[in-house]
Write a protein that binds this ligand. Sequence first.
Ligand SMILES: [Zn+2]
Length: 173
Amino acid sequence: MDQTEFLIQHLTEGKSYEEISRANDIPRTKLTEWWETGIDIRARIKRSNDAFNSRVNNTDFAFFKEKGKRFFFEWYDKQERKCAYCGIEEWKLEKLFDFEKGILDTKRGRGRKLELERRDAKTNQYTPDNSLLACYLCNNHKSDLISEDDHIKYFAKPIREYLEEKYSQMDNG
Ligand SMILES: [Zn+2]
């Protein structure tokens, strides 16, 4: 049991300090310390849990729901923080779509984060093999009309060029 494992068990499996302390013979004070110093790990788990919770009642999320938050985190946390189609990095999206300083904005505040997307929208389940992280523009554009291969072949490159061009127009000083 280390800090990461403690935070994963606590935050994705819902185990209490008491349970974890007893099962692993670790004093509660140690767990408190792990909690307090685990800001980055907690943030990674929180974003995974947020993605999980926002879909958990959808029928197309039944696979991950059945497997649970821990399984989902272990998949989600391995994904690169860039669009799997066009390659734009998430930190650039955060700046481009920033509420105050960004130069792009969407009605419902989408865009700042990579979105969970099905590679093949016609098979209607999110599974590790059928899921990836995509930027808002790629996700929105691809919809369920365009196949993954066609999107990459015809559209991903100009979307990236557009986003990079917009980013370069910002005052990033
Ligand atoms: Zn993209």
